[in-house]
Design a binder for this molecule. Structure first.
Ligand SMILES: C[S@@+](CC[C@H](N)C(=O)[O-])C[C@H]1O[C@@H](n2cnc3c(N)ncnc32)[C@H](O)[C@@H]1O
Length: 466
């Protein structure tokens, strides 16, 4: 959204009296939402870590917790759109509005534009929060700005503010930065309805997927124990309804008979194991293993046939998580840089689940779309190429490497693969064969999954034989 419109006509809302600050308002849902938004802005916090903690500590009722969640996550997702609308309603640059006041205005604007809360209630409740936090000196300003926001609904604001070019327009209408909408358009090969569907899927709450530990229990048994349904594509997957509670509390997960893992991640790890290899098939490697979701699936599978998995992770605290998730499996965890891990080459299968922008999992982190920057891509693709190249040096001739990222950005996906293939002479396989039963996999040879097509994160998987 880069086209600034003319300021909408001003109304002159009645001024509220500006007396002394009132005592704190009793509005636990909006209070928790506002405190979350502030932590995201001021401390670079993650909304989905801050809010659940606040809800627990403050013991919000189920109803208040649901409202706080809707308001906090919704505001974080729509952040850039809300700022565009607010900028059109404030008579100075937003950078000149004191940040805690701006946080409250974002929360108020979100209620006005994207919820069914009546406008008078959204304005009054937000002004009450402003008064409680900042005193009465700014309540008149907050009231006036929010009344200006309320003069139009979201569509009418977008008709004024959204650029005309197709990508900019869809980016604005789905509240995404332009560069992310452009990256999705490039990967999908369209600026039409499918692009809008892919971007809108980032606003949806993902279903929770569980993975049954192979050799311990089947997906059907896990579904029966948890009340979920066997997942559509992964033979080890179980799908729980969104909002079904904390999956970490489920007994099979607590007992490490199952894990919480997106079905797309399961499918990419499984694809690596499904490629036929001649000769031995007992030494597997996970070169970027933390926190250990795929390592646990690979470790359980290789263990069934008497093999072993080496799991490399650079960050010590994440390596400890790998140790926990693979406890009892034939897995050795190494804290090392995957580009130079010092392990003996000759692995039969290697997974490179490389660090990436995470543009394929934006639905999991409400604020992520506004925090990531296009400038992140260059450093990441360099690291991705180096890790992928290292994997090809560690795999034996005839062995197989899976290059996986949770992003559809072409620089991180096709760009990295074509560079590495050119430099190493390795052979790319048609990965679609190793995602049996999964529809809409495109033209290959790599696989790109999508939330709006497959209900998974937007995982990318290329399979390469040395
Ligand atoms: C996308 S995550 C891997 C997710 C993991 N495979 C799973 O399924 O749970 C990438 C991981 O690579 C690690 N990492 C980053 N740079 C690395 C490097 N140079 N060598 C090894 N690991 C690295 C990060 O700390 C992070 O844990």
């Amino acid at each position: 959204m880069n086209r600034r419109p003319a300021r909408p006509p001003r109304s002159h809302p009645p001024r509220r009296s500006s007396g002394p600050a009132r005592p704190p308002v009793d509005d636990p849902a909006r209070r928790a939402a506002l405190d979350t938004i502030r932590a995201v802005r001021a401390d670079d916090a993650y909304a989905n870590l801050v809010l659940p903690k606040l809800l627990r500590e403050r013991r919000l009722s189920t109803r208040d917790a649901a409202l706080a969640t809707e308001l906090a996550y919704g505001t974080c997702r729509a952040w850039g759109l809300l700022d565009e609308v607010l900028a059109a309603c404030v008579d100075r640059p937003l950078s000149k509005v004191e940040p805690p006041l701006l946080d409250a205005l974002r929360l108020g604007a979100y209620q006005l534009l994207r919820t069914r809360i009546p406008a008078h209630a959204a304005v009054a409740a937000t002004v009450d929060l402003v008064r409680a936090d900042l005193g009465s000196r700014v309540t008149g300003f907050a009231n006036a700005v929010l009344r200006r926001v309320a003069e139009n609904d979201e569509d009418a604001w977008l008709d004024r503010l959204a650029p005309d070019d197709p990508i900019g327009n869809i980016a604005a209408r789905t509240a995404h930065p332009h560069w992310i909408a452009r990256a999705f358009a490039d990967a999908l090969g369209t600026t039409g309805e499918e692009l809008a569907a892919a971007l809108r899927a980032d606003d949806e709450r993902p279903a929770v997927h569980l993975v049954a530990r192979p050799g311990e229990l089947s997906a059907e048994e896990l579904a029966a124990l948890t009340g979920g349904d066997p997942a559509p594509y992964s033979p080890y997957g179980v799908r729980m309804e969104a909002g079904a509670g904390d999956p970490g509390d489920l007994p099979p997960v607590r007992e490490n008979l199952a894990g919480v893992q997106d079905e797309g991640s399961q499918l990419c790890a499984l694809a690596l194991t499904r490629v036929p290899v001649d000769g031995p098939d007992e030494r597997w490697l996970d070169l970027c293993a933390g926190p250990g979701g795929k390592a646990a699936l690979l470790g359980a599978l290789v263990g069934i046939n008497g093999g072993t998995l080496d799991a490399v992770e650079q960050a010590p605290h994440r390596a400890r998580l790998v140790e926990q998730s693979t406890a009892g499996m034939p897995v050795t965890v190494h804290v090392a840089d995957g580009r130079d891990c010092g392990l003996e080459p000759g692995f039969d299968r290697v997974l490179v689940d490389a660090p990436c922008t995470g543009l394929g999992a934006l639905r999991r982190r409400p604020e992520a779309r506004w925090r990531r920057q296009p400038s992140d891509v260059g450093d990441l693709t360099k690291l991705q190429r180096e890790l992928f190249t290292a994997a090809l040096e560690l795999v034996r001739p005839g062995g197989v490497v899976a290059y996986v990222v949770c992003s559809p950005h072409l620089a991180e996906t096709e760009g990295v693969v074509s560079d590495v293939l050119r430099k190493t002479g390795a052979t790319q396989l048609d990965a679609r064969e190793f995602f049996p039963g999964v529809p809409d996999l495109g033209a290959g040879p790599a696989v790109q999954l999508w939330p709006h097509r497959h209900g998974t994160d937007a995982m990318f998987c290329a399979l390469v034989r040395r």
